[in-house]
Design a protein around this ligand. Structure first.
Ligand SMILES: NC(=O)c1ccc[n+]([C@@H]2O[C@H](COP(=O)([O-])OP(=O)(O)OC[C@H]3O[C@@H](n4cnc5c(N)ncnc54)[C@H](O)[C@@H]3O)[C@@H](O)[C@H]2O)c1
Length: 447
């Protein structure tokens, strides 16, 4: 079985991916266009990397090398994994420009290589990209035949940021789209050694694998939008409590409790765009994927409606100031892309409110995408100072233990909206001078 891989793209997914394969005994060559990233990997100190990555890198130092030369990477490995960005394009699909930029030199290197080499695409792409775009490109550049002289696989990962390494090593399943049985068999054997939990390995055509990949995220977003609809209903019902209702609904084994919590909308680098891409490919294939459209609309409306309600509740306050605790799209990541907190903040300032934010890790990234109209506080206390309404938007651990006293002492009008119901509700309700509101709960005065 091959024991040497190359990884093209050492970003949020590619670096943990490369490091994880190295710790599982494979020789790894990392390739990236960012010299700072290659230098960081070589020095063993990678800023922004998720927690275990640094220590794993130190442990696997002898197994992982870096280069800017694709030829060297192909020559010294048996499989090349491509994990470069595929940003959304204006049509709702994914741009494959970076993948193609990798495949050009990769194909040229395959031309010079005598042994069988596998190219495995990990980047998210639309169904059809590998078969109609990548395969012909590689065949043209290498002058060889795909499936006979080299292999092409589509092999996405289903990880969640914040838990990338454990997700890679213990996946629910491994998905392999293959141009030919030989390539699929080689990759399955490698994953058999790589994964710690002996997951099912499912093999299929390239097209089916590409559709399966985005379908997983699309289904999860549908579940989240449903849970948020449930939360909205609970708020309008006497004694309504979304945790009680979704907890019961999720016990049905056909449904399950994961991603059925109700709170804020989904965000991050995958969910929103995968849902839109699904819609795009469905329309291209002559279907309208109405469920995906509704899911997306519910998600967008959720943040806007919440911002509107917050502003309405402050209509009699002069120059209202709103604090937002949490900006990342979920805890344990620095990623703020398309986060609900960010969308709420944007909508509030667009409507003239003064907004101050604090996040344990996402501040620098948020500063790049929020306008200078938003203020950033160095900590919770500063964020709450003089505020009239506080939104606890991301369920970070450090917010869970916040006592009512900090809101009472710092805020001008202490009203707290607990979007994920992480605060100690009974303690907050016990404070007569504090107004505690929670998404999905009807146990207070309507707002
Ligand atoms: N991050 C996730 O949670 C996640 C999950 C599943 C799928 N994906 C998919 O994986 C792909 C990569 O995502 P990411 O979040 O790691 O992106 P990223 O932007 O964090 O990292 C991409 C890396 O690729 C490098 N790169 C760009 N062009 C290159 C080239 N020509 N040669 C070598 N390196 C190059 C960049 O410098 C960067 O370091 C995307 O298609 C994404 O949709 C990501």
């Amino acid at each position: 079985m091959p024991d040497a891989i190359s990884v093209f793209g050492l970003g949020k997914l590619g670096l943990p991916f490369a490091v994880s394969w190295a710790t599982r005994g494979f020789r790894v060559i990392g390739v990236d266009v960012r010299p700072d990233m290659l230098q960081a990997v070589a020095s063993g100190k990678v800023p922004d990397a998720e927690l275990p990555v640094g220590s794993m890198l130190a442990r696997a130092k002898t197994k992982i090398k870096t280069t800017t030369d694709p030829g060297e990477a192909v020559e010294k490995s048996d499989v090349s994994f491509v994990i470069v960005p595929t940003p959304s394009n204006e049509k709702g699909g994914y741009s494959t420009r970076c993948v193609e930029e990798v495949l050009e030199p990769l194909g040229k290197s395959i031309q010079k290589k005598d042994s069988f080499h596998i190219v495995s695409i990990v980047s998210t792409v639309l169904p059809g990209a590998s078969d109609t775009n990548f395969r012909p490109l590689l065949e043209r550049v290498s002058g060889k035949t795909c499936g006979r002289d080299f292999g092409l696989c589509y092999n996405p990962e289903f990880i969640a940021l914040g838990e990338v390494v454990s997700g890679l090593l213990n996946p629910d399943f491994v998905l392999i789209g293959e141009s030919d049985a030989r390539s699929g068999t080689i990759l399955s054997k490698m994953y058999g050694k790589f994964c710690k939990n002996e997951p099912p390995i499912v093999r299929m055509s390239l097209w089916n694998a590409e559709l399966a990949k985005i379908s997983v995220n699309v289904y999860v977003t549908m579940k989240i939008s449903f849970a948020n609809t449930l939360a909205a209903l609970c708020e309008r019902m006497p004694g309504g409590d979304v945790d009680i209702v979704s907890g019961a609904v999720g016990l049905d084994s056909r449904i399950g409790t994961k991603y059925l919590k109700g709170g804020l909308g989904y965000g991050g680098p995958c969910f929103p765009r995968d849902n839109r891409a699904f819609l795009h490919i469905a329309e291209k294939l002559g279907n309208h994927a109405k469920l995906s459209r509704a899911t997306d609309e519910i998600n967008t409306d959720h943040s806007l409606l919440l911002a509107g309600r917050i502003l309405k509740s402050l209509h009699d306050v002069e120059n209202p100031q709103i604090s937002i605790l949490g900006l990342t799209y979920k805890p344990n990541t620095f990623v703020v892309e398309e986060s609900a907190a960010l969308n709420i903040a944007k909508s509030l300032v667009d409507n003239g409110a003064v907004v101050k934010c604090y996040d344990p890790t996402g501040m620098e990234h948020a500063k790049r995408s929020l306008s200078e109209r938003i203020h950033f506080a160095p900590g919770v206390s500063d964020c709450l100072e003089g505020s009239d309404f506080c939104v606890v938007a991301t369920p970070w651990q450090e917010f869970r233990s916040l006592p009512p006293s900090i809101f009472l002492e710092k805020m001008r009008h202490p009203t707290v909206l607990d979007c994920w119901r992480i605060l100690d509700r009974s303690r907050f309700h016990a404070e007569p001078k504090l107004r505690y509101l929670a998404v999905g709960i009807n146990d207070s005065t309507p707002w």
